[in-house]
Design a protein around this ligand. Structure first.
Ligand code: HEM
Length: 402
């Protein structure tokens, strides 16, 4: 019997042997304790994200699908099915289109350089904490329309909300306290913006305050739910995947040398780190109509989890899937999901990752990881390195770069 439990300490620390076993022996795997099916193969996951026999409206996170925690009372676009989801995605999508994101590149680069200049002079920085996290947070804060000095304190609440202790299943009182602090402050900021009136801006808050969804204006609660989702999704994943890339390049010196010699390879290295160590480990849905997958019958009301990180290691899709290889050019991956809920921030996430790595590798091509300070995120959902201290020859970036 496969001892897979996404909340177990073993799985949180090292899910890969479990995923390999699931793909091989039980690709449509039922865990009675959670009344939930776990899909581990690339093709099954990809196909199921487009099937309307599943619903996102009863929740998508492990707490909701596995522990049956009810979804928030206000509709959140990431937990709405089509066609209800359409108005929200349409309203929120414009800044994330390919061309809009390309226009953001100078802003992203400026944010990275501003942050990097003093760190370069020290010859030491934490890739996650000092660089990627503040940059990703500042950027999503600007897109949402949060005051600049509020974004990082709000982001810290998010981090404390996701932090898990060994043995912890689901959220703790501490996690919930952070969520409440976050929601309270966001609520105050939204109320203040509504009171100030429409300023004609194109940040998410301005747009949400003036754009009807489902035929009526959004309530403060709905705006709050959307802002929360954007803040979490926009800030959490990029820093993990940038730190991961730095880690895996250091572990493969020949690939690292090739990437440093050819900056055009940086984007591929980032993509490969997303495939190899997918930070958004798993998300799910509930079964709405009966469906049979590989002979297993899924019943309405049961949960189904998409093990994205496992699909991205599926040998049937990726030859030598367990090998980190920046020369791969996969036609498709599950890094950003698939189907109606496919990541809205794919182009932005890729831009941020590429620019952060380009700038960092230009300043610190000789970097060495201080292994004593490396820390991996611990939890059922987010995976990857959340502390990645490096040392390198000090550099002065001068004013012309800024
Ligand atoms: C490299 C970075 C990123 C990765 C690996 C990633 C991954 C994912 C995945 C796997 C999903 C699918 C969820 C599902 O099907 O239930 C998703 C959804 C989403 N992502 Fe990302 N994401 C990244 C960056 C971003 C950024 C920068 C934003 C900016 C706002 C963002 C916003 C969202 C939103 C709003 C959704 C929900 C979409 C919906 O349900 O309609 N993501 N992401």
């Amino acid at each position: 019997m496969i001892a897979y439990d996404p909340f177990s300490d073993d799985v949180m620390r090292d899910p890969w042997p479990f995923y390999a076993e699931l793909r091989r022996d039980s690709p449509v795997h039922y865990v009675e304790k959670y009344d939930t099916w776990f899909l581990s193969r690339f093709e099954d996951i990809r196909r199921c994200t487009t099937e309307d026999v599943f619903t996102a409206e009863r929740g998508v996170t492990p707490e909701m699908v596995l522990l049956k925690q009810p979804p928030p009372p206000e509709p959140v676009f990431s937990m709405l099915d089509m066609p209800r989801q359409r108005d929200y995605r349409r309203m929120l999508a414009p800044p994330y289109g390919r061309n809009a994101v390309a226009r953001l590149e100078p802003r992203v680069r400026a944010l990275v350089r501003e942050r990097l200049a003093p760190l370069a002079e020290r010859g030491r920085l934490d890739v996650y904490e000092d660089l990627a996290d503040p940059v990703a947070t500042a950027l999503i804060g600007e897109l949402i329309g949060l005051p600049a000095d509020e974004a990082m304190p709000l982001r810290r609440h998010v981090a404390r909300f996701f932090a898990r202790k060994p043995g912890q299943v689901g959220t703790s009182e501490e996690n919930e306290a952070s969520r409440i602090a976050l929601m309270t402050r966001l609520g105050e900021l939204i109320a203040a913006r509504r009171a100030a009136g429409d300023d004609g801006g194109d940040d998410h808050l301005s747009v949400m305050l003036r754009t009807p969804v489902e035929g009526r204006p959004m309530t403060d609660g709905e705006i709050l739910a959307a802002v929360y989702t954007l803040l979490v999704t926009g800030a959490e994943v990029v820093p993990l995947s940038v730190a991961n890339t730095i880690y895996y390049l250091a572990a493969h010196p020949d690939q690292r040398a090739a990437v440093i010699a050819d900056p055009a390879a940086v984007a591929h290295a980032y993509d490969e780190s997303l495939r190899f160590d997918q930070p958004t480990n798993l998300l799910g849905r509930f079964v709405r109509d009966p469906v049979t997958i590989r002979g297993r019958k899924l019943e309405p009301g049961q949960g189904v989890m998409f093990l994205w990180a496992s699909g991205n290691r599926d040998e049937e899709e990726f030859p030598k899937a367990d090998v980190f290889d920046v020369t791969r050019r996969p036609k498709r991956t599950l890094s950003f999901g698939h189907g109606a809920h496919k990541c809205i921030g794919e182009h932005l996430g890729k831009l941020e990752g590429r620019v952060l790595l380009e700038e960092l590798l230009a300043v610190a091509p000789d970097y060495e990881i201080d292994a004593s300070g490396v820390r991996r995120a611990y939890g059922e959902f987010l995976h990857g390195y959340e502390r990645m201290p490096i040392e390198f020859a000090r550099a002065s970036l001068g004013e012309s770069r800024g």
